[in-house]
Design a protein around this ligand. Structure first.
Ligand code: 5GP
Ligand code: MN
Length: 338
């Protein structure tokens, strides 16, 4: 994002606009925190701004300030299509290719609104007039802070914005433990705390609201965990049957993949989750160090993401997906065993 871009965006935002803010499908903490944080900022500046999510998001995020005004495309299509039709500006946050917005792909691609991208994933598409894309950033929430700062407006950040942005930084950095959290990330977090983000309450709201069923499901997942020492790899499977027995709710499996990575010596972890209704296996991949799960996912599982955290999918059965996974590991043996 150049100085000129900032100048133009400032001019654009100088008068009231109709604005739609969209995160990726299956929104996570960073997606919800960044869109809601930005929405508060825009509303405060007299814009008509709305957060529209492609599909529903987990209950553990349904306390974020402004969550009650979020519109879910999946269950309110015509309303959303009207909003998109009327929009002067569409912000796309925490994703960088329209297909990542699921069923909203077409309405977004067909829209004449000015697109502004704020995102930290690799290999962005070039659909946006204004692109703030930085793969070095901890989170889109941190980028929303920097965006507001580039507009010269950090003083406008209030408690609601600070809470949303802090929540997304917290979740996307794994509570500040991933290499992507820099000293600047911590300075931004400190600033947000000064502006009213209660770090302890935010942590509790996100991580200390487990249901008994979720912990039981974690038990099943850990029981299914397998380790392949020669590839420094661990993987977990969860079948639809196991999810149903555990009364699965959206978001329940969030973070499970990290247990594989926490094993001493393991640098590559995967979780394969069966989604019978969609007819796919959803895959989450994590790594430590230089092994790029973004590349691995792009090459084998129609996905992508970051070097150390990526997602993908498979149309095969759960067993066949795992077999495919195991069969391709030898190709990566030299990178997994440097
Ligand atoms: P998660 O495993 O938590 O769903 O996702 C990890 C990271 O990969 C997130 O940054 C997410 O946005 C990205 N991601 C997840 N699934 C996909 C996918 O199917 N395609 C792409 N390109 N990125 C994904
Ligand atoms: Mn993110």
């Amino acid at each position: 994002m150049t100085e000129q871009d900032i100048k133009e965006i400032k001019a654009l935002l100088a008068t009231t606009k109709h604005i739609v803010i969209v995160p990726h499908k299956n929104p996570d903490g960073d997606a919800m925190g960044s869109t809601l944080g930005l929405c508060h900022y825009l509303i405060k500046n007299n814009h008509q701004a709305t957060v529209v999510v492609p599909n529903d998001y987990p209950d553990f995020l349904k306390w974020l300030p402004g969550h009650e005004d979020v519109i879910i495309y999946e269950s309110d299509k015509s309303n959303v299509e009207n909003l998109i039709e009327k929009a002067d500006i569409i912000f796309t946050l925490d994703f960088n290719a329209f297909h990542r917005a699921g069923d909203m792909e077409l309405p977004l691609a067909n829209s004449k609104a000015i697109k502004i991208m704020i995102d930290h994933h690799q290999q962005p598409d070039h659909y946006a007039k204004y692109m703030y894309s930085d793969v070095g950033m901890s989170s889109t929430c941190e980028m929303v802070y920097h965006f507001i700062s580039k507009l010269g407006d950090v003083d406008a950040i209030d408690g609601a914005m600070a809470t949303c942005l802090y929540a997304g930084i917290l979740t996307d950095t794994g509570s500040f433990r991933f290499p992507s959290s820099t000293s600047t990330t911590h300075l931004v977090a400190a600033y947000l705390i000064d502006k009213g983000a209660n770090h302890s309450e935010i942590y509790n709201a996100i991580y200390d609201t487990n249901s008994y069923e979720r912990l039981q499901l974690l038990g099943v997942a850990l029981n299914n965990l397998r380790v392949l020492p020669e590839y420094k790899t661990a993987y977990i499977t969860l079948s639809q049957e196991e999810l149903n027995a555990g009364n699965f709710r959206k978001g329940d499996t969030e973070g499970f993949v990290n247990y594989g990575l926490s094993i001493k010596g393991v640098i590559f972890a995967a979780i394969f989750i069966e989604h019978k209704q969609e007819g796919i296996i959803k895959i989450s991949l994590r790594s430590e160090g230089d092994f790029s799960v973004n590349e691995f996912s792009r090459e084998n599982f129609e996905g992508g993401g970051h070097t150390n955290a990526a997602g993908g999918k498979s149309d095969l059965s759960l067993n066949d997906t795992v077999e495919k996974f195991i069969s391709i590991l030898p190709r990566y043996k030299h990178t997994l065993n440097p």
